[in-house]
Design a protein around this ligand. Sequence first.
Ligand SMILES: [Fe+2]
Length: 365
Amino acid sequence: MTDDGISVAELQELLASGRPVTVLDVRSPSDIDWEIPGAIHVDAYADLQSRRLGPLAELDLSVGPVVTVCEVGRTAAIATDLLRAYGVEALTLDGGMRSWSLAWNTAQTTISGCEVIQVRRTGKGCLSYIAESESEAVVIDASINPEVYIRLLREHGWRLVAVVDTHIHADHLSRSRRLAHLEGAKLLLPAQDRAKYPFRPVADGDRIAFGSTALVAMRTPGHTEESTTYVLDNSAAFTGDTLFLNSVGRPDLEGGTRQELAARARLLHMSVGRVLQLPEATEVFPGHVSEPTPFDGRMLGTTVGTIRETLALARLEEPEFVQAVLARIPVDPPNHLRIVELNERGEFPGDPSELEAGANHCAVA
Ligand SMILES: [Fe+2]
């Protein structure tokens, strides 16, 4: 922490510890597509550009310190200066929301005798998982710095045996290849010919053994052709971008004509139906959520039974499902073509923050 700055890691630590802090987001409403959990939004952009506190002067900022946030930290730094001159203990989040994209938190649960840690990229909504049985672990959809997973594995005394991805991602750069390499673990990807680096292909029904259990691969095409759900002991399904807590994956990110999109939406209908044939109590753990993950240590998940009851889309017959999905395609994720290209090549740029900035847009709206 500098005199008037705070790093992403320091703010993450502060929020995780539950210590008092006020996060003050000064971006214009039109620039906000993601936020820090608990942040107060005050549209002071124009005032701050003229070096005036404007509406910020009216706020009760007694729960301190105050951390000011904008897109990259410049406007927030003006707010910090002015608030400090006013006697408020203010700090600017270094790198703003663009750097916050990499922030994460965790939640943990026990399923069928296995420990499952949900590693949540709160700054973007990506969910990844560490599943453990008898001190052997598998990581699913690594989406943040490999060192984070390694630290968590060391803390628990677990050995990483495999890293798997549910599909070739379009919203974030996969860290799976790097993590597997660093830990000497197997790298497994759904069988496809897109990835241009060595991996072990996973086909429908394959078992990925660890400890005394295994993940069983269920091919669930639609979001992408190779999309695969991993099922743990019929008790948990890691669904990637096929099925979310309250939506389904989008079938359009690989491009194509309307007929091709409709064909993929039909596959998605079949895949969602297949996942929902799992036992009612099976936990569903998706690859994303559409909101920032709170620092509350609570797993984000639902059950097959709940989705059957609450997700109207999942109850539609195929023609209506296809029509509904195609009518609800959201905006493209930022830079998705470039991200897909790098994920297919297995490359990772030195600084991913610009490429990965912004929310994920993997679900139909
Ligand atoms: Fe995806």
